[in-house]
Design a binder for this molecule. Structure first.
Ligand SMILES: NC(=O)c1ccc[n+]([C@@H]2O[C@H](COP(=O)([O-])OP(=O)(O)OC[C@H]3O[C@@H](n4cnc5c(N)ncnc54)[C@H](O)[C@@H]3O)[C@@H](O)[C@H]2O)c1
Length: 360
């Protein structure tokens, strides 16, 4: 069956394709079929193109370096790309950094999305009716826009928006803009809200890669607060399956929640990583002795969990990996790619230091 939106020769724009999830998406798209893939990215501190450059079909990907927060640069990039499908992932994404610099998150995630929507609105008006009929603007968002759950319940497409960090507030704002451009300007949009991703090539500031690299370096592994915050972990490749199904067959004007059926406390995640470290390195002392409780993140959301039944029933998606399988794949990848990980860690003098603490 031919794909109704990712057709042969389609010009697919991925924004944020030099990041963790965008890179994984591009690697999959250039393998999939004869679509042309364009990547608008400003190349920020978390960006890296190695994962794409190492692919066999890398020449089918074109980088268009531009900052979406710059209106004119965005317009000329869209003019150059002339897309049939847009998958918008570009955003600042590290919650601790959003606490230190909320303005940057508003500029990149809110103004950046506004500039992109406006450039795409003009572009959409100019394309032929045939291209219009299969055009879609797919906005990739997070479950964090729904706030925090207590011990029971799940987020779904009907959940109220209740963002609580500068990051989630900026993503919630961008979701609202995308919906408004659909209702007011009839732009064909779809939104997905996904839970926490992990996997190879993730910038080592997020919990899982940071714990792996700290453990391998025999450094203390920080655990925020009481360690009982729960996330619904999803392997990045399973997220990409969901994104490709949604952009291909999702219904315009709808949103889909994507979760991993992988709820774990942060403490459980770190213990599982330490078990892998113990088993794979054969060190006598357990690595779990390196885990250290540290000051909690201000406003730390307690629990996220997703009810994925809509995407599962309507688009036949479910994750292919269990948390344990995906964690081992991820662990082995970092073990074999320490040079890359250390290079990323040392970018802009980050070095794995604690970010996002309020000053006294
Ligand atoms: N990582 C997760 O667990 C997760 C979960 C759900 C949703 N998401 C969403 O998925 C998307 C991608 O997340 P990720 O983890 O790959 O992030 P990432 O930080 O690894 O990559 C983001 C990329 O966006 C680019 N970017 C940021 N601002 C830009 C701008 N103004 N103009 C152009 N490029 C810009 C950065 O340079 C970077 O390459 C984000 O929108 C995020 O909110 C992430």
């Amino acid at each position: 069956m031919t794909n109704p939106r990712l057709k042969q020769g389609s010009r697919v724009l991925v924004t944020g394709g030099a990041g963790f999830i965008g890179g994984c998406l591009i690697r999959r798209l250039i393998k999939m079929n004869d679509v042309e893939v364009f990547n608008i990215d400003k190349l920020g501190y978390a960006s890296d193109l190695c994962s794409i450059q190492l692919c066999e079909n890398a020449s089918r990907h074109q980088l268009v370096k531009a900052d979406l927060a710059d209106k004119d640069a965005t317009r000329s990039a869209i003019h150059r790309v002339n897309p049939d499908v847009v998958m918008h992932l570009a955003a600042e994404t590290h919650v601790d950094r959003s606490i230190d610099d909320p303005e940057a998150f508003t500029r990149n995630n809110v103004i950046g999305t506004l500039n992109l929507l406006e450039a795409i609105r003009d572009h959409f008006q100019d394309i032929s009716d045939e291209r219009k009929s299969s055009f879609v603007f797919h906005h990739i968002s997070t479950d964090e826009v729904f706030g925090s759950l207590d011990d029971k319940g799940f987020f779904s497409e009907l959940s109220r928006y209740e963002p609580r960090s500068p990051y989630s507030a900026s993503k919630a704002s961008s979701d609202h803009l995308v919906n408004a451009w659909h209702h007011t300007y009839k732009l064909p949009v779809i939104i997905t809200n996904c839970s926490n991703n992990f996997g190879p090539w993730q910038f080592p500031e997020k919990l899982i890669p940071l714990a792996i690299i700290k453990g391998l370096s025999n450094d203390q592994i920080p655990l925020y607060g009481d360690g009982m915050n729960v996330r619904d972990w999803l392997f990045v490749e399973d997220h990409i399956d969901a994104l490709i199904l949604t952009v291909s067959y999702g219904k315009v004007g709808e949103s889909y929640c994507i979760g991993g059926y992988g709820e774990r406390t942060n403490k459980e995640v770190l213990k599982a990583i330490c078990e892998l470290l113990d088993n794979k390195t054969g060190k006598e002392d357990s690595y779990s002795n390196l885990i250290k409780l540290v000051t909690d993140r201000p406003g730390h959301d307690r629990r996220y969990a997703i009810d994925s039944s809509k995407i599962s029933d309507q688009l036949n998606w479910k994750p292919k990996h269990t948390f344990e399988q995906a964690l081992e794949i991820t662990f082995d990848w970092y073990l074999n790619n320490l040079e890359w990980t250390k290079r990323m860690l040392n970018r802009n003098s980050y070095n794995g230091k604690r970010l996002g603490l309020l000053k006294d």
